[in-house]
Design a protein around this ligand. Structure first.
Ligand code: GLS
Length: 787
């Protein structure tokens, strides 16, 4: 689809000339409607291409306006017209609310993947849910996180979506399964189920200057229309029960909560999604048997795993295929990405819940499991214990990861280390049984969004140096390597970073009244708040520097601003306590005259995609300090690398691959290695008290948590103290503290030699093209989806 620039400009001008009201929001809606109109009238369906469907409970695109205009090559034209009519383009763009239909990395990855699928010209479709409320808005009141509902759809509606009621689907829950026999076949019918209508809303996804238009479909749950004999009260309750399915996004990351509503959300997504795929396919294409050559389905973590039994149900119960035929189709179509090794994030659904909500699906899972266990016994005759490791259903719970592995032709982790641990530890029995299914696909990020859009200064500079080709082929960023000793280039790189720091500083000042030291090192830690991500380790180092400011002020040679942005899951008390501690320490440090001009701490509330777009280009230091083996990949690490920050990090997730590219000479690495962490976890020989007693710095810092010198929630601070010193320090903070401090000293020393620092930044940018999600998607396309 090409939109002619002149036609677009004319059409937009025509609408803006008499626009009423003359608000940025109104202008935004005008632009979006025009883009949608043009794209619908030009839509180029590619029915002969294999279609990929990416099922995810979360998509976190943030704002679409700039991405869409950039991809359609209309950004400059649009700005021009806006300015002609006295609109401030940035104001118009920023009036779009973030679509925050995801928690963090997993949902953001899904958004980058959609962008790359379109950019590479593949026919890719996202399948998600249209939550009425996205991830909560965070406020900090009295050092406590307060969660407010996120109304991402404004009164005038969401600019980019189109409701498609004519494509609605019925999803059925509950009821009882009735069996009957026809000829030689058992058939299954659901009696008296609860019926819920799934209405699709489509959001167009544009490829980068290549005419490809894909889509993200988000489903909204609605009740069936009232019948004439239903009472008002009964109908109100039915309606409520239906609509609650897509009311809220579960605001948790890396933690699984076995709530019935979550199960209903998952089934709702997969049932609506796969039914609609089949309807569409059978209208336009060939036979059921050909599905695997025409369709690929990727499940983003185990959340959409029920697609496996639901797909079986449709093929066997509704399309009369034999079990074997159906299984072969499902298995050749579905593949599964694992995104975490954390035990608490591995989904296990109680049998009773699944039986009650999805009785027919439960029978199918049992049958899949029966055949699978028979196969295991037949092949390996493994002992019972290992069959217990391999069975989908044990002790009245259904292991979703096992179901996903058994029903998928390919299983991948999201960074090399993660995929290795997945194969050799977490899913070991399965990788022995199905070795050919396991693979790795290291994550990536859309360089269009995170460099072209977020950092126009750097983008233009790079283009002036090495031409345009890197935009389509980001690996060409390595062409920058020839400038690593060019003083003029390094000066300009530094100047650009400085301007991006100023841009952020102005925003922060406008929003919070805090004046950031613009010439300090911007040390950035932005991600969900979680014990394993170790924001607390960062803070312990900050507190240590605070002590230094008092004891040995000369030791602080370069001013530093520590910037935190993080939301804690509302039910994750420990994470919320860490936020309290950060904000308490921040307010005291920022008011302490002794720290003035030396260190500063900011906790920026309501961290989200739009904020990230401002913070990331301004980062000097990227904090990627998870306990080794815990962060599956990380993607913030890649974004900051691409924007010329240096990383301080552990050998975890994709950090390892970053150091493979730039070597540890250009990366501040520290801390225990994954194997060491895993060994300690197995042998239980780590005692944080030993470290504590040997390290005076730690003692001094940690005593503040219990001696009342910090203002705020003393119970919270004491709890943090005990978690570290007395209760085992689950994430090895004390153990890694010493080497973290050392690495942070190296950061300071290096910053004192700006040339070397800048050179390292340029080297990092040069190698960051590998982390474009275009590379990741090209690998999925070739090796998993066979596009
Ligand atoms: C996550 C991991 O924690 C991240 O390391 C990873 O980058 C991301 C995308 O693969 O997936 N898993 C998860 O449950 N939330 C995540 O952000």
């Amino acid at each position: 689809m090409t939109i002619n620039k002149d036609r677009f400009k004319k059409a937009l001008s025509k609408q803006l000339v008499n626009a009423e009201p003359r608000t940025p929001q109104h202008a935004l809606h005008t632009i979006a409607s025009l883009v949608k109109e043009f794209s619908e009238s030009n839509e180029s369906k590619s029915p002969h291409k294999k279609q990929v469907y990416y099922f995810s409970m979360e998509f976190l695109p943030g704002r679409f306006i700039e991405t869409n205009l950039l991809n359609l090559d209309l950004l400059d034209s649009c700005k021009e017209v806006l300015e002609t009519f006295q609109y401030e383009p940035t104001e118009v763009f920023q009036s779009e609310l973030d679509a925050a239909l995801g928690n963090g990395g997993l949902g953001r990855l899904a958004a980058c993947f959609l962008d790359s699928l379109a950019a590479l010209g593949y026919s890719g479709h996202g399948m998600g849910l249209r939550y009425q409320y996205g991830l909560f808005k965070q406020k900090i009141n009295n050092q406590q996180q307060v969660e407010l509902p996120d109304q991402w759809v404004s009164d005038s509606g969401y600019a980019w979506e189109a409701r498609k009621p004519d494509q609605a689907i019925v999803v059925r829950f509950g009821g009882s399964v009735h069996m009957s026999q026809h000829n030689d076949r058992l058939t299954f019918h659901l009696h008296n189920p609860e019926e819920i209508i799934a209405v699709p809303y489509q959001i167009p996804i544009f490829g980068y200057k290549n005419n490809q238009v894909n889509d993200l479909t988000i489903w909204r749950a609605e009740s069936t229309p009232a019948t004439s004999d239903i009472t008002f009260e009964a109908y109100a309750s039915t309606k409520r029960k239906a609509e609650e399915i897509t009311e809220f996004l579960y605001p948790d990351d890396s933690h699984y909560d076995g709530k019935v509503l979550r199960l209903r959300q998952q089934y709702f997504l997969v049932s609506a999604g796969i039914q609609s795929i089949l309807v569409d396919y059978l209208q336009n294409e060939g036979t059921l048997q050909e599905i695997p050559s025409k369709i690929a389905i990727q499940i983003n973590d185990t959340h959409p795993t029920l697609i496996i039994p639901e797909f079986m149900r449709l093929l066997v119960d509704e399309h009369d295929l034999s079990w074997e035929e159906a299984w072969s189709i499902v298995l050749s179509t579905v593949s599964y990405t694992n995104h975490t090794l954390m035990n608490e994030a591995l989904e296990k659904w109680p049998v009773f819940l699944v039986k009650e909500q999805l009785p027919r699906i439960f029978l199918i899972i049992e049958e899949i499991n029966r055949r699978h266990c028979l196969d295991v016994e037949y092949r390996g005759l493994e002992e019972w214990e290992s069959l217990n490791d391999l069975s989908i259903v044990t002790d009245d719970v259904i292991h979703m990861a096992r179901l996903a592995v058994i029903g998928s032709h390919t299983i991948n982790g999201v960074a090399k280390l993660h995929s290795t641990i997945l194969k050799d530890e977490l899913l070991k029995s399965f990788s022995i049984r199905f070795p050919e299914r396991f693979t790795n696909k290291t994550n990536g990020i859309s360089h269009r969004q995170w460099l072209l859009n977020a950092n126009p200064l750097l983008t233009n500079f790079i283009t002036r140096l090495i031409g345009e080709s890197w935009k389509e082929n980001p690996v060409n960023l390595t062409k920058l390597l020839k400038y690593t000793d060019d003083d003029a280039v390094l000066d300009e790189l530094h100047a650009i970073k400085q301007q991006n720091k100023q841009r952020l500083a102005h925003k922060v000042f406008a929003k919070t009244g805090h004046q950031i030291m613009e010439h300090s090192i911007f040390d950035v830690h932005i991600k969900r708040l979680h014990g394993y991500k170790r924001q607390l380790l960062n803070l312990l180092h900050v507190m240590y520097l605070w002590d230094l400011c008092h004891d040995k002020p000369d030791a602080i040679k370069v001013p530093r601003t520590f910037i935190f942005g993080a939301k804690a899951a509302p039910g994750y008390l420990y994470a919320k306590r860490i936020i309290s501690l950060i904000t308490s320490v921040a307010s005291q440090i920022n008011e302490d005259p002794v720290t003035k001009g030396k260190i500063q701490v900011l906790f920026l509330p309501n961290y989200n995609v739009s904020q990230a777009e401002l913070i990331i280009p301004a980062a000097d230091i990227s904090e990627q300090i998870s306990t080794a083996s815990k962060e599956a990949s990380g993607t913030g690490n890649m974004k900051m690398m691409m924007n010329g920050a240096l990383t301080i990090g552990t050998m975890d997730g994709a950090n390892i691959e970053m150091t493979d590219l730039v070597s540890t000479d250009h990366f501040f690495d520290f801390g225990l290695r994954a194997q060491e962490v895993l060994a300690y976890e197995q042998n239980g020989q780590y005692d944080p008290r030993e470290v504590f007693h040997q390290d005076r710095r730690l003692q001094k810092v940690l005593h503040r948590l219990v001696n009342g010198s910090l203002k705020g929630d003393q119970v919270a601070f004491q709890d943090i103290y005990y978690s570290l010193v007395e209760n085992g320090d689950e994430y090895f903070l004390l153990k890694d503290f010493g080497s973290y401090v050392q690495a942070q000293n190296q950061v300071q020393e290096l910053y004192l030699t700006p040339r070397t620092w800048q050179k390292k930044c340029l080297i990092n940018i040069s190698h960051s093209g590998y982390f474009s999600s275009d590379r990741t998607i090209a690998e999925y396309a070739k090796e998993i989806w066979h596009l």
